[in-house]
Design a protein around this ligand. Sequence first.
Ligand code: PEP
Length: 253
Amino acid sequence: MREKLVVGNWKMHGNRDQVNRLVEEIIAGAAETESKVEIGICPTYIHLEQAAKLLIAANIGISLGAQNVCFAEQGAFTGEVAAAMLAELGVTFVIVGHSERREIFGETNELIAAKFKVVQAHNMVPILCIGESLEQREQGATEQVVISQLDAVIGDVGLPSLHDAVIAYEPIWAIGTGKTATPEQAQEVHWTIRDHLARQDAAVAAAVRILYGGSVKSSNARELFNQADIDGGLVGGASLEAEEFLSICKSAD
Ligand code: PEP
């Protein structure tokens, strides 16, 4: 049985005080509930260390995640952060291939595969984001797009690596737009992804958690998370408010 996972992607938001407050509120709220859901939070690089200190002190199993990583181990890569540096801070999850990185920063499948590899080399868990644009959906190309994004990474890292990874299906048209895929639309793509993996390796397909991301909120989370192949969520905007985020997490129980 796959454990449900809800991860908050805080993107480029917050200052030191706000981050401390948000982490403390999430810890307090999560401590009150006896939830079986695994929770992760991904603050900016600059706020990882302070969040790590609070999470370690609380010791209630909330995981720390990073939003990005450099593909290389170390060296002359101005402005970048290495996987070893994240691992040293106690990071568990690293988001790779978010559509904002693909679209705004021009990240290619090849680069994303290299990031996936370096994250696993440091015993962290990549959260590999895949998803189609509105235009691609309207052209009926959703399946082809997500499978080709997935296969591009599998071709490089090998299918068994997916066993210890998380996939996030994030339709680009639903990210930060308030438009959510219907539970049926999301389930259809999640099933397609899992079926594609199952044809190659049933154990990997059964183990890998596939999160849905795209305007998840407390009002739509339960229905999404109830779908057979949706194992939780990657949550952007709604993860910046503790009560709302905790309510989303509870929906995965
Ligand atoms: C995201 O950034 O991964 C995301 C899903 O954002 P939002 O929940 O705001 O749509």
